[in-house]
Design a protein around this ligand. Sequence first.
Ligand code: ASP
Length: 579
Amino acid sequence: MSWRDLGAGEVRPGHVGESHTLAGWVARRRDHGGLIFIDLRDHTGIVQLVVNPEQAPDAAAQAHEIRNEFVLQVEGEVVARAPDAVNPNLPTGEVELRVETLRTVSRSTPLPFQLDEENVDENLRLRYRWLDLRTPRMQRNLQLSHTVVAQIRRTMEEQGFIDVWTPSMTKGTPEGARDFVVPVRLQPGRFFALAQSPQVFKQLCMIGGLDRYYQIATCWRDEDLRADRQFEFRQLDLELAFPTREDVLEVLERAVVASFEAVGQVPPSRPFPRFSYDDVMERYGTDKPDLRFGLEINDATEVTRGSEFGVFGNAPMVRLLVVPKAFSRAELERLEEVAKEWGAKGLAYLVFGEDGEVRSPIAKFLSELELASFRADPGSTVLFAAGEQVTVERVLGGLRAHLGRELELADESRQSLLWVLDFPLFQRDEETGKWTFMHHPFTAPLPGSEELVERDPGAALSQHYDLIWNGWELGSGSIRIHDSELQAAVFRTMGMSHEEVSAKFGYLLEALRMGAPPHGGFAMGLDRFIALLAGEPNIREIIPFPKVSSGSDPLTGAPTELPPEQLAELGIAVIVEKD
Ligand code: ASP
């Protein structure tokens, strides 16, 4: 006997008169004047069962016992529903199964929440994830996730990529986060790091002559958790030998477009627009702009040279945003708080009322020329930021993103996919003041920037590129350094001693000296990508068993302490005080 010969959601009028066996969960039970109706659910959908105590007394007796989420096996005849009982909202709504035998396969204890309940607390959902996974939302998200991954694999194979496995337990990889570490019983006091990405290994694959590598790779990064961040996540990771930058971007565009098509969504048109880093920073104050709305930043530095208003006159840079709304004083106070979070000292503004009159404490300090050049439409507000370039960009970029959300400026029917190119090679580490990489230290300088690596690091541009979707960074990549001397120069600029470089990356420099082809690649955050395709604001909704923001797994209770014997075996003494 097989458990079932048809999916619950697959029963159709064409099956009327046939006898079928179904198996699944009780979504709902209703007793109606002797008849018992049961909604039976499996991964294909829901069908209505009807148990008539006169025709099937044993089944009816069983049916009285059942509760939501019991697992049943039923056998009976598919019958057409009476016209007034047809449910047009269900694909199976024209039929029902008239139950002849009913078997309770598995019982359920009372449920911590009902599957059709709205706004169930997320911790509770994750604590009982096996129940939550049965909901249409999670079934849909995980199916969509599978569809996308399967499509990506097909696209990569069509483009000549081979799937190569790289180790998870390795040496620290510099992706800008902390490593998770794994103690080694056989070598107490030594640790593996869990790979923050397969970066170095995929480069070694290219040096190893593999030509086109890809992997749906799990990466581990010890960072604070957020809506778009988990300790472990998946990347579509790839690398090509002898590529141009365009080759890499094209591979990604194809994978992205194919994924949209696979889930039945209108794909963005190719090629995706390309912007330089300088351009987006100047116009949008961020390297991940959401271009579903305009709200561009404008420069005011020239006009405010020598301004009577000292905040402007003395600032190296002044820029502004014209917002299509005349804000009230209370709203401006809130915006000032937002600006302060981004590093502003205050927020200067000009409000133009519906009558076109200007309202602002700073207007009296501004010259005719300044006022004329800042004049905006009635019913709008001009917001200023003044100071160092980084602060001005950060503040106006932060305000722009905030206002985009607050005023719902984004055209939700549009997708904004774009590339940001020509990033700086280095940036200053805010804590140490030393030069550090912008992407990772293996990124090649732009042709022409090689000689700046040591001479003027801040001016060197790189062959690093980011893919941005609706203001989210979907992924990053670069053309890599394939010359060991240049690689060593980058490490020197970052202040690494010869010994440190040898200890950390000696093997890579050695490999680069043994016939390294030009190579480059990319990694796209799959969970983010799938969350965006699913329309989910939080990647936890597309990850079957995620961690919560405290860094715990509510389902298993991990992480947990280790028994003293296990710690001793690993050579580890825990020095953290328990609270
Ligand atoms: N390893 C990089 C990352 O994980 C991606 C790349 O450069 O290919 O972001």
